[in-house]
Design a protein around this ligand. Structure first.
Ligand SMILES: [Zn+2]
Length: 204
């Protein structure tokens, strides 16, 4: 993974900050409905990266679709909420990681929040000390989430990916494993996205 694609670090003035990038109710990302000719009556839903994919039978009526899809989306979100760390827990984890691995950094984020981000794993806005974590990491192995939390937390002190930043990031004990997980996730996402992109081309 290219370090530059990992995240964004923003250093703009408070007045320049974007309002929340997502609207209420769609912070979980895009919802994709697939009509499947192979399905007779089953309906299924699953998470694919930043999207929730709901697969329904090709013949299902529009009215049934409107009734069933929100139900399935709610079910996925409830399952995820049960296994997802709260934002308070994310902040507490950052505190632990910094205390343990980088005690020189005494700054702490003002807020840590989940965000629907498909292009990046996290972001740190140093001017107001906010950290945002991609919701693609909900349900990720602990070492992968920790790695991204630690990466963003170091940005509180070091704004770029320079030598000091890298030296500190290397203290993370499972950096190689975590990088492999994140790279693998992105590769799988790209592979899964390709057929959809192809479909769009064919339909055009
Ligand atoms: Zn970074």
């Amino acid at each position: 993974m290219d370090q530059d694609d990992f995240d964004t670090v923003r250093h703009m003035e408070i007045s320049d900050l974007d309002p929340d990038a997502t609207l209420p109710g769609i912070t979980e990302g895009e919802i994709v409905v697939i009509r499947s000719t192979r399905r007779k009556k089953n309906i299924s839903a699953y998470r694919q990266g930043g999207r929730i994919v709901v697969s329904i039978p090709a013949r299902m009526s529009k009215a049934d679709e409107r009734a069933m899809v929100p139900e399935m989306v709610a079910k996925i979100r409830a399952q995820e909420a049960a296994i997802t760390m709260s934002e308070e827990a994310l902040a507490a984890r950052i505190d632990e990681l910094l205390s343990e691995l980088a005690p020189e950094i005494t700054l702490r984020p003002i807020s840590v929040a989940w965000r629907a981000m498909r292009e990046r794993w996290g972001s740190c806005t140093s001017v107001d000390r906010t950290i945002r974590i991609s919701d693609r990491l909900k349900g990720a192995p602990e070492y992968a989430l920790d790695y991204v939390l630690f990466h963003e937390a170091i940005h509180l002190q070091f704004f770029d990916h320079g030598a000091e930043f890298k030296a500190m990031l290397e203290r993370f004990p499972k950096a190689e494993l975590a990088s492999a997980y994140l790279d693998g996730y992105e590769a799988a996402e790209t592979a899964l996205a390709a057929p959809e992109a192809l479909k769009k081309l064919l339909q055009a």
